[in-house]
Design a protein around this ligand. Structure first.
Ligand code: NDP
Length: 290
């Protein structure tokens, strides 16, 4: 478990469902919960909150045993709009309270709208509708402005981090401000599920050697690297054997030297969209009502 800056505890290892089609989501989340994951990361924009909720309710676990995180999409930014976005997400998930609600992206060209959206998160937090609030894909320049114009320091910043893109300055900024880093594409999914020039982190020979030394897989080594550096990780899979593999990481430890060797693989090349290029014109899409 990892403690957030407001004292709330959440699992260090969660389960992601980006690009998991709705018709596969119930099985994937059910498999994760059976395996032992107790943190699920979804988003309004993923179109599968309803199925995540169904899997949670069908699991037989008590609501308070599962930490549910979701994200507000940019088309729902603005104070009233974001308050309503909570109703949409909570309605689809079938929950009264969301454990962690975050803004999916900054809107650098419309930052006032981003601030208004965050103020709605603060209101939801004050009203106990959410247990923690945070952001995603915020760079230090966005965080600086957010911190100066709002009251509550985000509990989490969910950003792209894997061995080929480490964002060390951003991670340090988060640490300095008590913002917990949460790694998306933690095993480098974005390096191999997109057609691109980047090679796959899963086939990296350096990671492969470390994995062999521990009798573990490359994915397991990368997840361990995040956790040992104090970051949360939310690997995604629809494959039960991989879902289990990614959770089987609590019986080995990387050395300080091995952590440093993985750090050194950083290419500085981002796989996901450039945060400053996010606009409602380019990335906008309507989020349906619950
Ligand atoms: P991941 O690094 O989790 O990689 C997922 C890919 O790796 C899938 O193609 C999956 O295939 C495959 N895979 C999973 N486990 C293994 C394994 N052990 N061995 C080999 N292949 C494996 O990338 P994601 O981009 O999905 O990121 C994880 C989560 O982060 C997302 O689901 C989402 O919750 C969040 N995210 C957030 C973003 C944001 O902007 N805030 C952006 C992107 C992701 P398969 O499913 O076929 O098994």
């Amino acid at each position: 478990m990892m403690k957030l800056n407001n004292g709330v505890e959440m699992p260090a290892l969660g389960f992601g469902v980006f690009q998991t089609p709705p018709e596969q989501t119930i099985d994937a989340v059910a498999s994760a919960l059976e395996t032992g994951y107790r943190h699920i990361d979804t988003a309004a924009a993923y179109g599968n909150e309803h199925e995540v909720g169904e899997a949670i309710h069908g699991s037989g676990l008590a609501r308070d045993e599962i930490f549910v995180e979701t994200k507000v999409w940019i088309t729902d930014y603005g104070y009233d709009e974001t308050l309503h976005a909570f109703d949409k997400s909570a309605g689809k998930l079938g929950v009264e309270q969301i454990d962690l609600l975050i803004l999916h992206q900054a809107l650098p060209g419309e930052f006032d709208l981003t601030i208004a959206a965050y103020k709605a998160l603060e209101k939801l937090y004050a009203d106990d509708r959410v247990r923690a609030i945070g952001v995603s894909n915020f760079m230090p320049r966005h965080l600086g402005r957010l911190l100066s114009e709002t009251e509550i320091v985000p509990a989490v910043n969910q950003v792209e981090v894997h061995p080929y893109f480490r964002q060390s300055e951003l991670l340090a900024y988060d640490d300095q401000h008590g913002i917990r880093n949460q790694a998306w594409s933690p095993i480098g999914g974005i390096t191999f599920y997109r057609d691109g020039s980047n090679g796959s982190t899963l086939e990296d020979p350096v990671i492969g050697d470390i994995a062999e030394a521990h009798d573990k897989t490359a994915a397991q080594v990368m997840l361990r690297w995040h956790l040992q550096q104090g970051r949360q990780a939310i690997p995604k899979s629809v494959t039960p054997s991989r879902i289990a593999e990614n959770f089987d990481i609590f019986d080995f430890e990387l050395s300080t030297e091995q952590l440093a060797v993985i750090d050194a693989l950083d290419t500085g090349v981002r796989g996901g969209p450039e945060p400053d290029a996010i606009t409602r014109e380019n990335f906008g899409r309507q989020i349906p009502e619950a």
